[in-house]
Design a protein around this ligand. Sequence first.
Ligand SMILES: Cc1cc2nc3c(=O)[nH]c(=O)nc-3n(C[C@H](O)[C@H](O)[C@H](O)COP(=O)(O)O)c2cc1C
Length: 203
Amino acid sequence: MKISADSLNGATAYRLLTGVVVPRPIAWVATLSAAGLVNLAPFSCFTFVSADPPMVGFNAGLRGGIRKDTARNIQERGEYVVHVVDESLVDPMHMSAEDYPSDVSEAEALGLATEPSDMVAVPRLSGAPIALECVFDRAVSFGRSGSEFLVGEVKLFHVRDGLCTNGKIDTQLLRPVGRLAGPVYGTLGDIIAKRASASYANL
Ligand SMILES: Cc1cc2nc3c(=O)[nH]c(=O)nc-3n(C[C@H](O)[C@H](O)[C@H](O)COP(=O)(O)O)c2cc1C
């Protein structure tokens, strides 16, 4: 089967791409609104873009032609926290994607405990296995949709005790969850370990 990109519109291309780029890690992003409320939302167009310094990025689409609360808060306040979602957090993460009014804190509405961060004003979720305190670097827009790829520098990694040995995260203990297409998630399946090559060890 061949599918010409010319035959696709934004919606059909999105449908296809979200089945092609799988599984996607989920950035569960906390921000602070202008009124000081903790906003929380998941973004699965997520990756890291630099190791030196550590930088992560995710793509935020527009809603009704305007920025989502997360993208607006990041660009207004310059700080945010990205959390990793493990199996225990799937339900609240999924629920936090509902379209809450801007004056409602998803963290509060979902009863999620937060605690102060060290280097940014945005609190972090106490229950997350990993939290990245980030400072906004830049937003880049691609294509015609107006969505923005938001990049930030990680200033501090919080990793739950026991998850990290010699600087390496134990993925089996982490039990991360990835997004497949739509409201469908995947957990770790079989892990396939191959011999490492020096040519890409740090890539
Ligand atoms: C697992 C998951 C992943 C999502 N990934 C994205 C994404 O990559 N980009 C995006 O714009 N919206 C994504 N969404 C939708 C947003 O989470 C949703 O629009 C949310 O209401 C935005 O909240 P905010 O207005 O508080 O920022 C995702 C939703 C779910 C459930």
